[in-house]
Design a protein around this ligand. Sequence first.
Ligand code: PBG
Length: 335
Amino acid sequence: MSLKMIGQFPVCRPRRLRQSGALRRLVAETRLDVSPLVLPLFVRAGRKLRKPIGAMPGVFQFSPDELVREAAVAQALGIPAVLLFGIPEKKDTQATGAYARNGMVQQAVRLLKKELPGLLVITDVCLCQYMVHGHCGIVHAGPRGAKILNDPTLKLLARAAVSHAEAGADIVAPSDMMDGRVRVIRSALDGAGFDDTPIMSYAAKFASAFYGPFREAAESAPKYGDRRSYQMDAANANEALREVALDIQEGADIVMVKPALAYLDILHRVKATFGYPTAAYAVSGEFSMIKAAAARGWIDERAVTLESLLAMRRAGADILITYAAMDVAKWLKES
Ligand code: PBG
């Protein structure tokens, strides 16, 4: 039947199927469960450390021992995967900490894979936390201001990805938005014997004000300028499809759209166009907005969080990366 035929029938009562919870559940087109949830976690040096992030209530920077405890709780709740971000002790202009054998992420991955072997560990591959200037690539200070150099950056990203795989990462997730990075990372992984390690690329990553709270959490705010010469312009949807096509061509196994809620059109088109495993990243600002409004009693945190994630699934997301993953897992158990 086509939509044109609607109205030609004498009795048309969609409300018949909305009469009870049981009926509504029976005909629900989209469902939420724990299996697509990914919990982002921040790790820094220390012991017994749980340092709260001011702008993200309930989110912490963990020392490795505490990270394992938190990840164990997540796993017990049925969350299949975590996404790791490292905060290094020292920053420099070559992002050394990003690919150091004993860097924060590398240490944390080894520990997590030893203590919780069944938990999938995804690592964010980027340089910004490790750079003095906070940019995702090597900076060249030229006559017309700072320039983020593309190709020299690729080598460092590849080293970071290989170092994560060596530590035992199950999936590497490049978030830098340099051109050609998926190809270079794929070939470096293959060359190092990690041809089985999948790449989840932040394929359509927009230059977004919604990342504000994250930059406090990861201590990665750019010291000058912004990320608009490498991350995408919020105005562009066709370009997002080209970015995703490129990453798939270069060897991405999973593609991501980020942020999520304000970019559901992109999510839908990406899933409809490529049919690839598609991740939505509900970013820090999305999380903090809900927290802030809920703290004032203005919205229902649980209902709004679940509705947002359901909308991402409906738009086409297979994987949901969210700081609320633990609460969501608990809520889903209760309901
Ligand atoms: C690193 C990175 C960022 C996020 C994920 N990886 C920050 C940025 O690009 O500035 C944002 C995540 C969030 O806001 O939750 N490049």
